[in-house]
Write a protein that binds this ligand. Structure first.
Ligand code: TYD
Length: 223
């Protein structure tokens, strides 16, 4: 790991419920006395908030290469100014999306080659990998229905929400393939049930990881 905190990322297709789950995990860990930094991509920094607004504006026409590089710029700023310093201070960093989203959306979704995606990701992250990535898996039709309900209630549809079912199917498939390739780091959770059911599954997954992380941190502090 190289740094003393723990880096957990939450992924999945639009409408999978990861943002709600991240909020629940962050408050539960804070109640347990842990120092938690909850953040997101795009938009985890002040610069990132401005990049996010441009990237997700439904009115904006964004060239796919420009899109790839703006997500990368957002990530470089995020890693270098927020994520790494927080990990070095021993905090638990929970990020709503990270580099796997670029593999899924710009790679499988938009069709950039895996070599180009790997280069751009390596440049932006400086090689920083999550300790654990949770993919919240929900069938595409259910995610589209959830997103439509959200748009109907708060009119908040973004440029990527508007992609068709074939796009979201490729993105979902890419997440499942990544999890099969890296089963230690990337874990899939069935997120098609209730918020409470999914939350219980998430806590079952992360509690053992955080216990070992915190006890190794404590032994470092003692010695
Ligand atoms: P997200 O924050 O999950 O959207 P919301 O808060 O509306 O649920 O993600 C914003 C969009 O950005 C989402 O459609 C996925 C996309 N995205 C990429 O295409 N590539 C990336 O590298 C990242 C981080 C996000």
């Amino acid at each position: 790991m190289g740094v003393s905190g723990a880096f957990l990322t939450f992924e999945g297709i639009d409408g999978c419920g990861k943002s709600t789950q991240l909020r629940l995990v962050a408050s539960e860990l804070r109640l347990g006395g842990m120092e938690v930094v909850a953040t997101r991509e795009p938009g985890g920094t002040a610069l990132g908030t401005r990049l996010r607004a441009a990237l997700l504006d439904a009115e904006e026409s964004v060239d796919p290469l420009a899109e790839l590089l703006i997500f990368a710029a957002d990530r470089a700023q995020h890693v270098r100014t927020l994520v790494r310093p927080a990990l070095e201070s021993g905090h638990i960093v929970l990020s709503d999306r990270y580099a796997d989203a670029t593999v899924a959306y710009q790679g499988a979704g938009r069709g950039f080659t895996s070599e180009l995606i790997a280069q751009v990701v390596a440049l932006a992250t400086g090689g920083l990998q999550p300790d654990l990535t949770i993919v919240f898996d929900v069938p595409v039709a259910e995610c589209i229905a959830r997103t439509q309900r959200r748009i109907a209630s708060d009119h908040r549809g973004d440029r990527l929400d508007a992609e068709d079912a074939a796009f979201h199917t490729r993105v979902r498939q890419a997440y499942l393939e990544m999890a099969a390739r890296e089963p230690e780091r990337i874990r899939i959770i069935d997120a098609s049930g209730s918020i409470e059911e999914t939350h219980a599954r998430v806590m079952d997954l992360i509690t053992p990881l955080l216990k070992s992380q915190l006890s190794s941190h404590r032994s470092q502090v003692k010695s």
